[in-house]
Design a protein around this ligand. Structure first.
Ligand code: AGP
Length: 609
């Protein structure tokens, strides 16, 4: 999604605005811009389509005055093509006020029509441009008052950074539905969409809440409600560092994050299975609530949804609790049948996915308790749930989710063990056996990673195929969906995940020598069924890549390519299968010359519907 940065302080604003903006590139964008106030109270705006380096080249062609306040923006187009005019900041007709915006103004057409009737002249196709025009319309000398009147008219979601040439040294920010933080420095203050943008300047942050306005000068930071009530915000100190934002020698952030998984999972287990005793820090719900839970509903999007689908099998198997799993965008509009005995589990790496946040609000309005499984500390989802189980996977920069996904899976195993413990659905020796296998997973990841060159060869040998089918059964049916999503989102190759048992009901028509079929078939109670599917595919000249348990000679004799995984109980196998699937997708995308970390059209956090 869009990235926002703002600065007010004693230093030269423009270099800070650009360097901070670069730390938000991972969010995905198509254009960028910067606006700042010089000492002669001129408002200067430069913006450019494409990467931030294009903006830097544009700025280098101008003599820039010293500025101590400004805003900058990376745009991920929602309304209007990517182009210089549609890039932010946007200004009012008189070029007095400049605004950067992340979100969607749902009623922008009617506002635009009203403002045009009052003589406003618009230059862009964006929804965002109505914001500075509206503020200017209400402006009578008090910028904060004009901002409050303007945002009262807005419907939809927005995080805003606002400056005015008539208010030198003043930076105003406001948010509803889109993330925004305030950075507290010494004789300088910041705003940003995300913490990494300002970490090199300050670790002291205020996580602005929905319907709050921040009013910043270089030595003051005040927060108000939209209604004008002064707030006493909590100033947090950020603990993580920006090293995550370096590739540390890997070709791509995605490959780095794939390799981080053993450590991430080991840390999770160390934190939550101390001496094999379960401690789910963050689970604020008493055992009585877990005991009386009649059903679980998982809401999530994309990869997080696939984690939820695996979670369904895990919780139903271990805790014998019925689990529904829904994409957030479907859940929120289907008037779901939930009540106080429903436990909703919201899964989101970013904690800012608009549909998942809306689903959580819908669930809570209907009386359900919400547990969030989330990676970004302090995110909106974390603040809007009854309990928050952080995966602590560290910043995930690659748009394609890898370590966040496997951390979500691990969290589902731990949560299912907790539910089984509370509901007494597992014998002690069953519980202990599962825990003993879980704690082996990080080292099993290292074993699989040792085979990375073989997986690379398999990927490259199949990278020419124009269509992939991913097949799995039971707890690895979601693995097939996730494998397909990983491939399609970074290589742009059409790929479909399917329950293998559904082959005869349609997909088998696709099979011929021009297709590649990835069959996820570890040792399991459905292994023979999958073997039959593999034989059906072979008989139709499909090209088979089989992901199997080490030593499975039967499948090996039928597959064109085989990737082996260490032996593990079937229920835990999605944790292992995820790794070769990620690497297959990665190496195919690299072979095809794709922008692995920032795939086209995608954003790391979908904060708009
Ligand atoms: C994952 O590879 C995708 N980039 C995407 O599907 C993602 O999982 C989805 O947008 C949900 O994001 P969230 O986990 O931050 O809510």
């Amino acid at each position: 999604m869009c990235g926002i940065v703002g600065y007010v302080g004693n230093k030269d604003a423009v270099p800070i605005l650009l360097e901070s903006l670069k730390k938000l590139e991972y969010r995905g964008y198509d254009s960028s811009g910067v606006g700042f106030l010089d000492h002669d109270a001129r408002l200067i705006v430069h913006k450019s389509k494409g990467k931030i380096r294009n903006l830097e080249e544009l700025l280098a062609s101008h003599t820039l005055p010293l500025a101590h306040a400004g805003i900058s923006h990376t745009r991920w187009a929602t309304h209007g093509l990517p182009c210089d005019t549609n890039a932010h900041p946007h200004t009012d007709s008189k070029h007095t006020i400049a605004v950067v915006h992340n979100g969607i103004i749902e009623n922008y057409q009617e506002l635009k029509a009203e403002l045009k009737k009052k003589g406003c002249h618009f230059t862009s196709e964006t929804d965002s441009e109505v914001v500075p025009q509206l503020i200017a319309h209400f402006y009578k000398g008090d910028l904060l008052a004009a901002v409050r009147q303007a945002i009262a008219k807005l419907k939809g979601t927005f995080a805003l950074g606002i400056i005015s040439r008539e208010h030198h040294g003043l930076l105003i920010a406001a948010r509803v539905g889109s993330p925004l933080i305030v950075g507290i420095g010494d004789n300088e203050n910041f705003i940003a969409s995300d913490v990494p943008a300002i970490l090199e300047f300050t670790r002291r942050v205020i996580y602005l809440k929905d319907r709050q306005i921040a009013v910043l000068t270089k030595d003051k930071a005040e927060v108000y409600s939209f209604e004008g009530k002064k707030a006493t915000p909590v100033i947090d100190t950020v603990s993580f560092n920006v090293t995550a934002a370096r590739k540390d020698g890997f070709a791509h952030f995605m490959l780095k994050e794939i390799h981080e998984q053993p450590e991430v999972l080991a840390q999770m287990l160390a934190l939550r299975l101390k001496n094999k005793q379960l401690s789910l820090e963050g689970l604020q719900l008493p055992d009585a609530v877990l005991k009386r839970t009649a059903k679980v509903v998982v809401v999530a999007c994309g990869t997080a949804y696939h984690a939820g689908l695996v979670g369904k099998y895990i919780i139903e198997t271990l805790a014998r609790l019925p689990v529904e799993c829904d994409t957030s965008s479907e859940f929120r509009y289907r008037n779901p049948i939930i009540d106080k005995n429903t436990l909703v589990i919201a899964v989101s790496q970013s904690g800012e996915t608009a549909d998942t946040l809306a689903a959580v609000r819908e669930a809570r309005a209907k009386g359900a308790k919400v547990i969030a499984i989330c990676n970004v500390v302090g995110s909106s989802l974390a603040r809007e749930s009854d309990s928050i189980l952080y995966t602590y996977a560290g910043q995930e920069i690659g748009v394609a989710s890898t370590k966040a996904y496997t951390a979500q899976l691990m969290m589902f195993y731990l949560l299912a063990l907790k539910l089984a413990q509370v509901r007494k659905t597992l014998k002690p020796q069953e519980w202990k056996s599962l825990v003993n296998h879980l704690v082996r997973v990080p080292s099993l990841y290292k074993t699989i990673l040792k085979g990375i060159h073989h997986i690379q060869k398999v990927a490259e040998a199949n990278s020419h195929f124009g269509c992939f089918l991913f097949l799995g059964r039971h707890v690895n049916f979601p693995s097939a969906l996730e494998g397909a999503l990983k491939l399609k989102e970074i290589s742009y190759v059409p790929a479909e995940g399917y329950a293998a048992g559904e082959m005869k009901h349609g997909p088998i028509a696709l099979i011929d020598e021009y297709r590649a079929v990835v069959c996820i078939n570890p040792k399991s109670h459905v292994h023979e069924k999958m073997f039959s599917n593999i034989q059906e595919i072979k008989a139709r000249r499909g090209n088979i890549i089989a992901i199997v348990t080490k030593g499975d000679k039967e499948i090996k004799s039928h597959a064109d390519f085989t990737i082996e995984m260490p032996d593990i109980p079937e229920l835990l196998s999605p944790l292992l299968a995820a790794l070769p699937l990620q690497m297959l997708a990665y190496f195919i995308a690299v072979k095809r010359g794709c922008d692995v970390d920032q795939p086209r059209n995608l954003a790391k956090s979908v904060t708009v519907e």
